[in-house]
Design a protein around this ligand. Structure first.
Ligand code: GDP
Length: 365
């Protein structure tokens, strides 16, 4: 399963946020395929469409979809040189599919900052530079290996060499690999290099309790926003401490607490949603009277693969996907009405499933 890694310097609020994630925790009985590991937190994906479908179908059971966050502790300056837990840290990052970087934007004199002062941009640069240096090392090694073959006019080697040179140039200018534009063909080769800075990243600005309702006055957040905008990255503002408190509440209490704070959606819910998109994930639904359920798939997956997420038999024996778009189903008011309106399609094995599709799979056993 795809996972988003949470990284950040010491004392920025990672553990606090990760606690909130595990406490808000999904019913793991519903997600037997998820990892059981103290560094992995399973979160349910908040989705208002699930409520609407529930009202429409009135099922016995409702199951949201879920995905995983991985807590990656231990980055310090010098990690790419193997200092501290450096190497271990980098190998953990290598295994995640997207990165959520927690940045300290709260000033609290009682909590030490590793470099002595709160400076979010400096913090971000420390981390990003470690990742860039690690990638530069991989790229340099690879260039050495490929260069000889490229000289002998080996086609593949020449192709790869060109890519590596573009990467090296960016990394040496302290730009992450994801900022380099590649063709589809080139991207495939880049993927095989398992670079750290190719992974999509978002920033989590951790602000204090009294600023969460209106973070616009927080100068640090502004700085992070500007930095992120330059990279085309997203910023989610949270107060990790409050998220930890919210995670202990149930639905109704949570809604009350949020409205008292003057916020519409918890920072954690925003983070979950943003990370889900960052990972390239999307949701389709199954909606029967027994169960209404949201399922996660990777964008671009075809109908049989999506069926296989429910059960391998569904993929093997796939015949058709009876599909209606969520919006169409809702507008029609019932599955039958949608059918009468001609909104229910019978899709075959080449159909690329869309976010919000409500699907009934037909299959042979
Ligand atoms: P980590 O080292 O990045 O995992 O940081 P921790 O989660 O352990 O947090 C470091 C300290 O900062 C702890 O004492 C937390 O209680 C405190 N802290 C974390 N988030 C917040 C926050 O949003 N506001 C305030 N005031 N303190 C926080």
């Amino acid at each position: 399963a795809l996972t988003a890694g949470i990284v950040g310097l010491p004392n920025v609020g990672k553990s606090t946020l990760f606690n909130a994630i595990t406490q808000a925790g999904a019913e793991s009985a519903n997600y037997p395929f998820c990892t059981i590991d103290p560094n992995v937190g399973i979160v349910e994906v908040p989705d208002h469409r699930l409520q609407k479908l529930t009202e429409l179908v009135q099922p016995k059971k409702v199951v949201p979809t879920a995905f995983e966050f991985t807590d990656i502790a231990g980055i310090v300056k010098g990690a790419s040189k193997g200092e501290g837990l450096g190497n271990k840290f980098l190998s953990h990052i290598r295994q995640v599919d997207a990165i959520c970087q927690v940045v300290r934007c709260f000033a609290d004199e009682n909590i030490t900052h590793v470099s002595g002062k709160v400076d979010p941009i400096d913090d971000i640069q420390v981390i990003n530079l470690e990742l860039i240096l690690a990638d530069l090392e991989s790229v340099d090694k690879r260039i050495e290996r490929v260069a000889k073959m490229a000289k002998q006019k080996d086609k593949d080697a020449m192709f790869e060499h060109e890519i590596l040179v573009a990467l090296k140039e960016a990394l040496e200018a302290e730009k992450p690999a994801r900022t380099v534009e590649f063709t589809e063909e080139q991207s495939k080769v880049v993927k095989g290099m398992h670079l750290l800075t190719i992974k999509p990243m978002l920033y989590v600005a951790n602000v204090s309790e009294d600023e969460i309702a209106d973070p616009s006055g927080n100068e640090y957040v502004q700085q992070v926003r500007e930095y992120a905008a330059n990279e085309g990255a997203e910023v989610i503002v949270v107060c990790a401490k409050i998220e930890e408190e919210i995670s202990e509440l149930d639905g109704e209490e949570k809604a009350m607490f949020l409205s008292e704070l003057g916020i519409e959606e918890s920072g954690l819910d925003q983070l979950i949603r943003a990370s889900y998109h960052l990972l390239g994930l999307a949701t389709y639904f199954t909606a029967g009277v027994q169960e209404v359920r949201a399922w996660t798939f990777r964008k671009g997956m075809k109908a049989p693969q999506c069926a296989g997420i429910i059960h391998t038999d569904f993929e093997r024996g796939f015949i058709r996907a009876e599909t209606v778009a969520y919006e169409d189903l809702l507008a029609a008011g019932s599955h039958n009405a949608a059918k009468e309106a001609g909104k229910v399609r019978l899709e075959g094995k080449d159909y690329v499933v869309q976010d919000g599709d409500v699907i009934h799979f037909r299959f042979n056993v």
